[in-house]
Design a protein around this ligand. Structure first.
Ligand code: PLP
Length: 235
C-alpha cells in the first residue's frame, strides 16, 4: 500500500494541476482554494514528503492519531480537524488546530467554547452540514443551520468561518454538484442574516471523488486524501 517518495510527489503535483484546471474552468483564482492533504492513517514520513513540496495544510480525523503527529511536527504544519469530534476529546486539540471543520452540534460548540476559554485562545471553526440528509452522517440539517450559526456566534472564544460538507459516496462527481450548490446557497443565506461575528467565507467541500466539481461550485477548501497518499488501510 505504501507509495514511494516519487509517487507521493507526483500525486501532489497531479492534484494541484487538477485544482488549477478546475479553477480555470470556473474562472476562479487558484489562490482562492486551499488544499488540505488528508493524512489520516498515513505515517509521518509520508506527511514529511508532502510537506517538503510546499504543502502546509494537513487534515486528520482521529484525535489520538492527530495528537501523536502534533507531538512530532507541532505548528510547522497547519492542522485541520475534519473528523467527528467527541466532546470529551475536545480538550486535547484546542490550541493545536488551524481550523475545526466538523462542528456538528451545539453541545460540541459549547464544549469547544469552554476549553478555548480555559486556554484563552480563539477556536476557528466551520459548521458541518449533512446537506444530503444521509442517515449515516453527522452534521446540522440545512434547516437548523441558520439558528445554530446564531447560537454559535454567542460564544466569545469561537469564530465561525463557514460551512463544511461531505457528499454521498458516488462514482460520478456530477451526482454531487447539487449538494455543493445547496451548501453554497445555504452559506449565502446565513451570510445575508449578517450575524455579528459570523463569516461565511469558507466552504469546505470536495474530496478525491469530487473535488473538481466542488471547486466549480465554489469550494474554498478541498480535502483530498486518497489521490495524494494512496488508498488507506484501516488495520
Ligand atoms: C477521509 C476524509 C476525506 C478524504 O477522503 P478521500 O476520499 O481519501 O480524498 C475528506 N473529508 C473527510 C471528512 C474525511 O473523513
Amino acid at each position: 500500500l505504501e507509495l514511494t517518495e516519487e509517487q507521493l510527489k507526483q500525486n501532489l503535483k497531479d492534484v494541484k494541476e487538477r485544482i488549477a484546471d478546475a479553477c480555470a474552468r470556473a474562472g476562479r483564482d487558484p489562490e482562492e482554494v486551499t488544499l488540505v492533504a488528508v493524512s489520516k492513517t498515513k505515517p509521518l514520513d509520508d506527511i514529511r514528503v508532502i510537506f517538503s513540496q510546499g504543502q502546509t495544510a494537513f487534515g486528520e480525523n482521529y484525535v489520538q492519531e492527530f495528537c501523536e503527529k502534533y507531538d512530532e511536527l507541532g505548528d510547522t504544519v497547519d492542522w485541520h480537524m475534519i473528523g467527528h469530534l467527541q466532546r470529551n476529546k475536545v480538550k486535547y486539540i484546542i490550541g493545536k488546530t488551524k481550523l475545526i471543520h466538523s462542528v456538528d452540534s451545539l453541545r460540541l460548540a459549547d464544549q469547544i467554547e469552554k476549553e478555548a476559554a480555559k486556554k484563552d485562545v480563539t477556536a476557528d471553526i466551520l459548521m458541518e452540514v449533512n446537506i444530503a440528509k444521509e442517515e449515516s452522517k453527522w452534521g446540522f440539517t440545512e434547516e437548523e443551520a441558520p439558528e445554530a450559526a446564531k447560537a454559535i456566534a454567542e460564544h466569545p472564544h469561537i469564530r465561525l468561518h463557514g460551512l463544511m460538507t461531505s457528499a454521498p459516496i458516488t462514482d460520478d462527481p456530477e451526482n454531487d454538484r447539487k449538494y455543493f450548490r445547496m451548501l453554497r446557497e445555504l452559506a449565502e443565506k446565513i451570510d445575508a442574516e449578517h450575524i455579528p461575528g459570523v463569516e461565511m467565507n469558507e466552504l469546505s467541500m470536495g474530496m478525491t471523488q469530487d473535488f473538481e466539481t466542488a471547486i466549480e461550485e465554489g469550494a474554498t477548501i478541498v480535502r483530498v486524501g486518497t489521490a495524494i497518499f494512496g488508498a488507506r488501510n484501516y488495520k
